[in-house]
Design a protein around this ligand. Structure first.
Ligand code: PEP
Ligand code: MG
Length: 544
């Protein structure tokens, strides 16, 4: 029995045989060519075939992982057609009289190195893409076949790394999990895995591939990030039992669909879902969430290489609202900075980024960015029941500035004869101790509060949420945090507004009863937690 540890990027367990991913082994030789025109024609034909393959992959990705994630293959198609890339290959074939495969391989290396040496991390990531498309063109010329034909048995795919096109091309029906030596949790491949609901472990390290074989029995634990190869019978049956328990639990929970979130003594609570992308709507609907309590809009910015335009944002917000007819959708305005960085914002490096220019502070410092987002939100508001929520509020004057900007956007839209809803709820996140303490002053200014316990914990206990070393000091049940929530709830109700919790603590079922007793009206959790929480609420009796 051998154990390898990486990082789990999708929590689920798989038990099955290993299949080592065999990348097409393309041996490119330099061959002298006399008829360069015929060679260029061969390259053009391979390019056409590549584009057609990429179109198929794009369609497959669109179905499997949604538009935002499928976009990478549109970028690949654009790269295949790129003038500079094509001119450089043709020039090499003509000038050096070499075969097309060799020219593509050399130019791909040059482009990849150029991308890797750029400062911008988005451009650096394009190095993998240019290699990916070039290998595909070479494979088309060499007529190489896919040598990853799996048997009918489902397998755990193990690879050094997987390019996005390879991940999405894997036959999902035959893949139990995948494990890679390299990769980061924000790579496109990890994002695709999460959205495909495939248990995945990344960054296991180079040595693991030399120690495993096709057909080895293994357990891939996406929760702990462990790959256990050739587990003993005891461990194997433990994991099989774990899988059975998980699927039984899931099946039982499905029976709660359509049921109310009501305690035994009749107290009702809203259970909403947290999302980071339009593509997560499927999971929200599947798990019967009553609404969306937190749409982390910054992911729209993080997925792009430049500021998303007003129209781009409008389309995304409209889609979410239309997918949730008659249900509340709370979109949080841009919360970038600290751990969420996009190069094109060109933010200065900060000593203490969590205490720095993030979220609402950034929006107030760069009102043009904020204004674009607010315009998109107001325009989308006619397509559903929109709530707009502002992160990282610490003072009344900050909130006054935010609300003034909202009024300004409304009068701009009025003068342009653009429609917006008059029933948008405006709310703030309670995620700083300051906001909780002055919640009596903030409550009359808004329609709701939503407690961001992830940041509220970090700022109350002075524990950097990014630093694993301080985790032992970070008691999420600390009395100080519960008291701050209680103060905020009392002030919310005193002023007739509702209060929810959208941080991770909302899913902590050991606190659900406490939250209900404090008077929390809404809990917003990951879609897969909605039914578990409903189950918990329905077993609570507040009259005891
Ligand atoms: C929070 O801080 O609890 C929260 C929900 O926001 P985020 O995790 O995105 O900072
Ligand atoms: Mg937060």
């Amino acid at each position: 029995m051998t154990k390898f540890t990486g990082k789990g990027v999708y929590g689920a367990v798989a038990v099955g045989k290993i299949s080592v991913f065999k990348r097409q082994d393309i041996q490119v030789k330099r061959i002298r060519i006399e008829d360069t025109q015929a060679e260029i024609a061969r390259f053009e034909a391979a390019k056409e075939k590549t584009i057609s393959q990429l179109k198929d992959i794009y369609d497959m990705a669109l179905k499997e992982v949604g538009e935002a994630n499928a976009q990478i293959f549109e970028i690949h198609m654009m790269m295949v057609e790129d003038d500079d890339y094509n001119a450089a290959i043709a020039e090499m074939i003509n000038g050096q009289k070499v075969n097309a495969e060799y020219a593509v391989a050399v130019i791909a290396d040059n482009f990849a190195e150029m991308f890797s040496s750029m400062d911008d991390s988005y451009m650096q990531a394009r190095a993998t893409d240019v290699r990916d498309i070039s290998n595909r063109i070479i494979a088309c010329m060499s007529e190489q076949k896919d040598n990853n034909s799996f048997s009918d048995e489902k397998v755990i795919i193990c690879a050094d790394d997987l390019a996005p096109s390879e991940t999405v091309s894997l036959d999902k029906e035959k893949v139990l999990a995948f494990v890679t030596a390299h990769g980061s949790s924000n790579s496109h491949t990890a994002i695709l895995a999460r959205n495909m609901n495939i248990p995945a472990i990344i960054g296991v390290g180079d040595e693991f591939l030399s120690q495993i074989n096709d057909g080895d029995m293994a357990v891939a634990d996406g929760f702990s990030g462990e790959l256990i190869v050739n587990p003993d019978e005891e461990l194997l049956s433990e994991y099989r039992q774990k899988q059975l328990d998980e699927s039984e639990k899931k099946a039982l929970l499905q029976k709660l669909k359509g049921k109310e979130n009501v305690t035994l003594d009749g107290r009702r609570i809203d259970i909403y879902a947290n999302i980071g992308s339009v593509d997560n709507i499927g999971a929200v609907l599947l798990n019967d969430a009553g609404g969306i309590g937190l749409f982390r809009s910054e992911f729209l910015y993080l997925e792009n290489s430049d500021y998303p335009t007003e129209d781009m944002q409008f389309m995304a917000y409209r889609k979410v609202l239309e997918s949730m007819p008659a249900k509340k959708v709370i979109i949080r305005t841009l919360d970038i900075g600290a751990d969420k960085q996009a190069d094109y914002f060109r933010l200065d490096k900060e000593e203490n980024p969590a205490l720095g220019l993030r979220a609402i502070r950034l929006c107030l410092s760069r009102p043009e960015i904020f204004r674009t987002q607010l315009r998109a939100l107001y325009r989308a508001s006619v397509y559903g029941r929109l709530g707009i929520m502002f992160p990282m509020i610490t003072s009344v004057s900050e909130l006054e500035k935010v609300l003034a900007l909202c009024r300004q956007v409304k009068s701009e839209l009025d003068s342009e004869n653009i429609e917006y809803s008059e029933n948008i709820e405006l709310g703030i996140m309670i995620e700083t101790p300051a906001a909780a303490i002055i919640s009596d002053k903030l409550a009359p200014m808004v329609d709701f509060f939503s407690v961001g316990t992830n940041d509220l914990t970090q700022y109350t206990l002075a524990c950097d949420r990014q630093n694993p070393q301080v985790e032992p000091f970070c008691d999420t049940h600390h009395e100080a945090i519960l008291r701050l929530i209680e103060i905020s709830a009392a002030n919310a109700h005193k002023h007739g507004i509702w209060i929810g919790i959208c941080g991770e603590l909302a899913a902590d079922t050991s606190l659900t009863e406490t939250f209900l007793r404090i008077g929390i009206d809404e809990l917003s959790v990951s879609p897969s937690f909605v039914l578990r929480l409903r189950d918990n609420v329905r077993k609570i009796n507040l009259s005891e």
